[in-house]
Every structure is written in C-alpha cells, then in structure tokens.
Write a protein that binds this ligand. Structure first.
Ligand code: AMP
Length: 744
C-alpha cells in the first residue's frame, strides 16, 4: 500500500534548505515524491511500503540541523496539526524576538561607539580611547554573537560537518570573518599592523548584520503567518457545540459527540454544526463562507445544509449526514491545505538554482577577497575582508525561497474564500495558460433539472404514452428519466414493471412494457431500430428550433409521440461566457442533444463553437482533439460521465454541486455551481502567477545586481544586510497584496 506523509519541519531558513531537505529525504529507501514548502514549513513524501521508520528520516535530517515533527498523526494533514504548528510557531517567534531585542540593545551602543571613535574630538574621552574601546566592543560584540547569533553558527557547523552550506552559512562566515578579524586586531594588534593605533575593527559590522537579519526574519515571519489566514479562518468556522434532540428532549452537546442521523435544532443566527438534510421548518442560510456567494440561500424540507454556514432568521431541524473530515467544510480545508503544500513547476526550477547558489556565492566571495588583496593598489587586508563579507551577506537566497510558496498560499486562500478550490500549485500554473474552455451543457450551463414542457401525440392517447415510457424510464438514471417520472407522479399515473430494459447511453432506452415494445430517445435511436420516422418528421424539424431536448417515442414499431424536455439555463451562464470572451478564451459547448437545439443554445449564450450529438464516451476524445490543435484546454463538467474528459483536460474544473467522482478528478472545484467561477479561477491563477514572477524578479534582482556591486567594494556589508532583509519582507508583502486582488 502506498502511504502519504505530510509533516512539519523546523529549522529551514531559505531556498537552499528546501533543496537540501528534499535531497536528504529523497535519498532514503522507499521514499519518493519529496516536496518541501518553506512557507508552510512542511515536508510531504510518499512511500511504497506500509510503514517507514520516520525516526530514521528524522535523525538523518537532524544531522543537518533540521527537525522533523513526528507526533503519531503524520499520515494525514489535519486541523489539530495546523493548530499545533502555530503553537510551535509562537515559540519560534518568541525566541526570535528575544534574540533580536537582545542584539538590538547591544548593537546601538556598539554602532555609536564605533562610528564616533574615529573622530579626534571624541578620542579625548576615555571610552573612545582606541585600545580600551576595542576591548569594550569585543566584550559587547561577543555577547551578541554568542547569544543572538548562535542559531546561524549552529546550523553552519552542522552543515560544515557534511561539507555543505546554505544561507545561514553565508551569514555565519560573513559575520564570523568580521568578528574574528576584529578579535585578533584587538587582542594581538601587532599581528595586523605595527602601528597598532591605525587599526580598524569591524565589530559593528558583525552585530549590525546579525540584528538586521534577525529583524528581517521577524518581519518575514509575521507576514508569513498572515498568508495562512484563509485556512485559519476556515478552521475557525467549525462550531463548538450543537443542540440535538435526544429521547424527545433538547440537549446541548459538544461537536465531538455529534453523530450521523442525530436530529439538530437550529435557531435564528446560529451556526450550523454539521452537514445534513432539513426535516422540518425553513429558513435562509448564509453560505458565503463556503461558496463565496453573498446572497443567503432559501432552505426548505429536504434541502441540504452545510456545517460552518450561518442560519439567518428561520428555525429548522435537520438530520446529520456527515461530520468532521467528511463534511463539505472538512473536505474544503483538506483540499486547501494540500494545495498549499504543493509546488508549481516554476518553483522546482527555483529550488534547483538555489541549491547551487550558495557554493557559487562562497566562491565569488573568495575571489573577491583574493582580488582585493592582490590587485588593489593598497593590498589592504581589511578592504578585502569587508568586501568578502558584503558579497556573502547580499547573496543570501532567503527571498528566493519565499517567492513562490507565499503567493500560492495567498492565492489558494483567496480562491477558497471565493468558492474556488484549487487542488495544487501545478494547476495554478497551467490554468494561467488556458486558451479554450469546454463546457458540458447539461448540469453545467443548464441547471441539470429537466422538466417536460410538452407532450405531442402522433395518434396514441397522451396518458397511455406517458405511462408506457415512464414505466421504462423508472429503470433509467438519466435526468430526463427523473423529469418524466415526476410528471407521471403529478398526474397520478400508475406504472408497470417493465419486462425488459436496455439502456443505449447517449441515445435513449428500449424495452418491453405491458407486452408492448417501447423505445424512447433521440431520433437516431428510432432509426437504429428501423422505425419509419416520416410520420412525425415535419413536427420534429419544427420543434428543433425550440432549443429544447426532443425525445422521440416508438410503441410497437411505430413513431407514436414526442416529448419536449426543457432544462433551464443557469442564471449566470451568459455572464460566465462573456467574462471568458473578454479574456480572449475560446468557448466550446458539448452536448448529447441534436444539432439544432445545440446551435440555438450556443447562439443564445454567445459560445464560439459547439459539438452536438456527442456520445458520453467521446467527450474525452473531443478534449484531446482540441489539445492536438495546440489548445490548452479547461474542461467544465459535473457528472460521472464527465470524469474522463476532466482528467484528459489540461485543467479539469468540476461544479461543486456535481458528483464526488467529478470533484475527485478535477484540479479545480467550484464549490457552488457558480459558473462565473470559471473565469474567476483563471484570473486567480493569472494573478497568482504574476505575483510569483514579480517575487522572483525582486528576489533575484537583489542578489544579481548587488553581488557585483559588493564585489567591487561599492556596498557596505551593513547596507547589504538591510537590503537582504528587506528583500524577504518585500516578497512576502507583495504576496499579501494578492489578498486584495479583484477577480472581476
Ligand atoms: P445524453 O448524452 O445522456 O445527454 O443523451 C443524449 C440524448 O439521448 C438525449 O438528449 C436524449 O435525446 C437521449 N436519451 C438519453 N437517455 C435517455 C433516456 N433515459 N430517456 C430518453 N432519452 C434519452
């Protein structure tokens, strides 16, 4: 059996950590598809074996200074694990904050003294007397280095043991070099220069870098926490208690005690505790938290209600149908969590680059150092050292690691609050390129609730006609069958038990009812059975103009009647198509209906192309046809028979009111059958990808433009530390801006 793991991991700081952890875990036996997300600080992987020893993995990565959090619930992402991580996050944040404040308190005097000691005026004061001052600076700096800077050196050391390096190594080497040189200059000045008064120390450089980088991490962590707000808000939707009827009496119980089939009482303004079906009363319910739709939805007996939504002004009782992770809210949370921990292809490339970035930077820094020492006119060791430090500090690839995941998290969160669930990061990247959208007509563009609008007899009694086909339709699952049965129920017509039944998918049905051969379906089915259709052909041709579905009926080999079935268009179908047209996306409609009615509907909605009389099994082939023409296809469907087409499409979009199979196969789910969600999800993916690209630009530009500047001695290491910290903060802030993106 295949197992999926998703675990929190601590101690990662930058893009190169991501590459490293993936590499270490990827090398372990029976482990595959390792993916690390820096923003959520989680690692996911799969294993072929039933159980793998997580402790082995944990100790392997511990060697490098990372910690895998194993708590026994690791096989699934769950709500409690998210809560737990945020507690641990708090601790991480608290430590970071105290280390930063400690560093700051000492850095201010160190910085001031260092600046002022070079001025003659101040040198007359004892504290600015060079030899003594250096010793004071040495003591203060040592405290900062060992207390606030400890985290950098610890990770550096762990990595060094394995001949590897990452962002912390750059900070550690940079500050360590400035500090080490200054310590020697203070304690053994004659080693550096015989004129011991003319020696410069760089204590302030070391501490300012540590303080600024800690500050950057602090700001980045605060902003990063905000990116996961969407999922936290979803989790908070979960109510804590429910009022149930137990032995005829009402009782308030905790949500964990709730079980399937409990009868729950809901009063005005209350939050609905679980999914269920209304058995008495009526109301309207605000479902905006799940669907993004702001108008409350009317609910009557028999209607479904969903956990986490809020009742408006009525009172009703409902029977619980699903709870916890199986509820709609539970599934939404799981899907968003999973999406947030996946990577789009663009990130895989970034991770690869980041993996080799650090060693390359160290090399550039060494070349810088040697060049200054050998080729500069003064051959100054201290100039060489300071530029070496500047190169190391400016090149930290922190922002690079945050560029993609933070944007994905905010993007998927924004989607969830608009009723759009995106399965993974890859879908976001592909959805952005969709050039053709194919709609399945029934249940997607239409409401999927067909009604009989007319019965035309070609000789037989209408009631008898209805009785015969309804009896046969009682064996069919087709929505048309439901419409016909509803009609016979309304008219109080009794049904026969058919003696035989055959379904011709995409054509209709045939069988023996009350000793009569009954065929109901499209005209091709009748032709297939060699029925002479001449008799009703002129009526048939006329009816085709109506745009409704035509069911031809044959009784005992004779064309005996026609049923007209109407399936209303969804109220937002036209708007949805218009949005897509505005975005220059081609729209295509697929239907099993005849050409004429398909054409009418396509024209009505302004759909550019349509395919009529499509057999259910052929939908996937049509998707493929468009793909071979070079189109990137998004397929929208709801039924079980749409699943192959959804899977074939570059991006499958399922209508949330549809079947579970469709939702399982699709990459994007529109929670409410809201069709404008199609254009919105494409827009969302475009905005998210734009943010990712902007982020990558900012992250790379800091490094690539400023590295040469640092190498040529034009960048003070302290300014480099500031720029480096700001680059991470600006990347995360840019991702947060996506929260306010307009999706139409
Ligand atoms: P579908 O591909 O399922 O939409 O079916 C295509 C066409 O076949 C429909 O428009 C109907 O004309 C006919 N059809 C399919 N199933 C049935 C049924 N159970 N009863 C009557 N007609 C059917």
């Amino acid at each position: 059996m295949q197992m999926k793991y998703d675990l929190p991991i601590k101690g990662m700081t930058c893009a190169s950590c991501v590459a490293r952890v993936e590499k270490i875990i990827g090398k372990m036996d029976n482990v595959k598809n390792v993916s690390v997300n820096l923003a959520t600080e989680r690692v996911s992987f799969e294993s072929d074996k039933d159980a793998i020893d997580l402790k082995v993995i944990s100790s392997a990565i511990k060697e490098y200074g990372y910690e895998l959090v194993i708590d026994g619930t690791e096989s699934q992402l769950n709500l409690s694990s998210i809560n737990k991580v945020s507690d641990e996050d708090d601790e991480y944040y608290k430590n970071l904050k105290s280390e930063f404040l400690f560093a700051l308190v000492f850095t201010i005097p160190i910085f001031l003294i260092s600046m002022l000691m070079d001025y003659k005026f101040f040198q007359s004061f004892w504290i600015f007397n060079h030899d003594e001052t250096r010793k004071i600076l040495l003591i203060l700096t040592t405290l900062v280095i060992f207390i606030s800077g400890k985290r950098f050196y610890k990770i550096f050391w762990n990595n060094l043991k394995h001949f590897s390096a990452e962002m912390n190594s750059l900070v550690a080497i940079g500050t360590g070099a400035a500090y080490g040189y200054s310590v020697i200059a203070t304690l053994f000045p004659y080693v550096i220069n015989s004129d011991t008064h003319n020696i410069h120390v760089y204590f302030e450089t070391a501490v300012v870098i540590i303080t600024l980088i800690l500050m950057g991490k602090l700001l980045e962590h605060r902003a990063k926490n905000k990116t996961t707000n969407a999922i936290k808000l979803l989790i908070e939707l979960k109510p804590k208690t429910a009022n149930i009827i137990l032995n005829g009496e009402e009782k308030s119980i905790s949500i964990s005690g709730l079980s399937i089939n409990n009868e729950v009482v809901i009063r005005p303004g209350e939050k609905i505790p679980a999914d269920g079906k209304i058995i008495s009363g009526y109301s309207s319910v605000d479902e905006s938290m799940l669907t993004g739709e702001s108008l409350p939805v009317e609910k009557n007996i028999g209607d479904n209600v969903f956990g986490g939504t809020i009742n408006q002004n009525g009172t009703f009782n409902f029977l619980v149908t699903s709870i916890g992770d199986n509820s709609v809210l539970g599934q939404i949370i799981r899907m968003v969590e999973q999406a947030q921990s996946t990577k789009p292809p663009i990130q895989k490339l970034v991770d690869k680059i980041a993996g080799i970035f650090v060693p390359v930077v160290i090399l550039i820094a060494i070349i810088t150092f040697l060049s200054w020492l050998i080729f500069s006119p003064e051959h100054s060791f201290s100039n060489a050292l300071i530029n070496f430090v500047a190169v190391l500090i400016i090149a930290c690839p922190c922002a690079l690691g945050l560029a993609t995941p933070t944007a994905i998290i905010v993007g998927t969160g924004l989607g969830a609050s608009n009723g759009i669930l995106i399965r993974n990061g890859e879908s976001i990247e592909i959805a952005n390129k969709i050039s053709t959208i194919i709609f399945d007509k029934t249940g997607t563009l239409t409401e999927g609730k067909p009604k009989i609008s007319e019965i035309i007899s070609l000789g037989k009694d209408k009631r008898e006609l209805l009785q015969l086909i309804a009896s046969l339709e009682s064996k069919s699952e087709h929505p048309i069958a439901k419409a016909i049965l509803q009609k016979t129920k309304q008219e109080g017509i009794e049904l026969f038990e058919p003696d035989s039944f055959q379904n011709y998918s995409g054509f209709g049905i045939a069988g023996l009812v009350n000793n009569k051969n009954v065929i109901a379906g499209n005209i091709n089915l009748l032709k297939e059975f060699s029925i002479n259709v001449e008799k009703g052909l002129s009526i048939y041709n006329e009816l085709q103009e109506s745009g409704k579905t035509i069911i031809c009926i044959s009784i005992d080999g004779e064309f005996s009647g026609i049923l007209l079935v109407e399936d209303k268009l969804k109220s937002d179908s036209m708007e949805a198509v218009n949005y897509l047209k505005d975005m220059n996306i081609k729209t295509v409609m697929l239907t099993g209906d005849n050409k004429k009615s398909a054409e009418r509907i396509a024209n009505l909605l302004g759909i550019s192309e349509f395919k009529a009389e499509v057999l259910p099994g052929k939908k996937a082939d049509i998707v493929k046809e468009y793909q071979t023409k070079g189109e990137i296809v998004g397929m929208i469907g709801d039924g079980i028979n749409d699943a192959p087409a959804l899977a074939q499409a570059d991006v499958g979009i399922a209508i949330g009111t549809g079947t579970d199979v469709a939702i399982e196969t699709a990459q994007i789910t529109l929670v409410k059958g809201n069709l404008t969600g199609v254009a919105k999800s494409i827009k969302l993916s475009q905005q998210t990808l734009k943010t990712i690209k902007q982020n990558l630009f900012w992250a790379f530009i800091y490094n690539t433009v400023l590295i040469p500047l640092a190498a040529f001695g034009m960048l003070n290491p302290m300014i480099a530390a500031l720029a480096m910290s700001l680059s991470s903060v600006s990347v995360v802030t840019n991702s947060l801006r996506l929260k306010r993106a307009k999706l139409f």
